[in-house]
Design a protein around this ligand. Structure first.
Ligand code: ZN
Length: 152
């Protein structure tokens, strides 16, 4: 049964409010995570607690329990020449920016002449997400995994 300090393997798909598939483990390795360590979003972790290998799950998670609310204050316009060493700044590019509290990722969401709009929100911020899948395997974490807070 899924409790703290279990290593859990799931296959899953994620859809947004419009039923569009955003991500899926199909055709890839299934997802492995350490339960109770905050490796996955809180809403999904809570929904999986108590399940066992072979159980199916379906849970709809509000932004607060997923990737947070979308914050318009995290969108900024910067001059194109702020991107040193990049010849062509294009929509969809990601950059690491330096902030007061360390580095963070921004995505380019618009380019208008010399003005580049960057967005530091998580790409899934503000979205209500539905996860569907099956628990494949549940095992005890090793002492080292439990200490490190992730799966080896
Ligand atoms: Zn480790």
């Amino acid at each position: 049964m899924i409790t703290e300090n279990k290593v859990v393997t799931i296959d899953y798909s994620v859809t947004d409010e419009t039923n569009q598939i955003i991500d899926s483990s199909e055709g890839r390795e299934p997802l492995k995570y350490l339960h109770g360590a905050g490796n996955i979003i809180p809403g999904l972790e809570q929904a999986l607690a108590g399940k066992q290998a072979g159980d199916a799950f379906e849970v709809t998670v509000a932004p607060e329990q997923a990737y947070g609310q979308y914050n318009p204050a995290h969108v900024q316009k910067v001059p194109a020449d702020a991107f040193q060493g990049v010849d062509n700044v294009e929509v969809g590019m990601s950059f690491t920016a330096q902030g007061e509290n360390g580095n963070f990722q921004v995505r380019v969401t618009a380019v208008e002449g010399d003005q580049v709009t960057v967005d530091a929100n998580h790409p899934l911020a503000g979205k209500t997400l539905t996860f569907r899948g099956t628990v494949q395997e549940v095992r005890d974490a090793t002492a080292e995994e439990a200490e490190h807070g992730h799966v080896h």
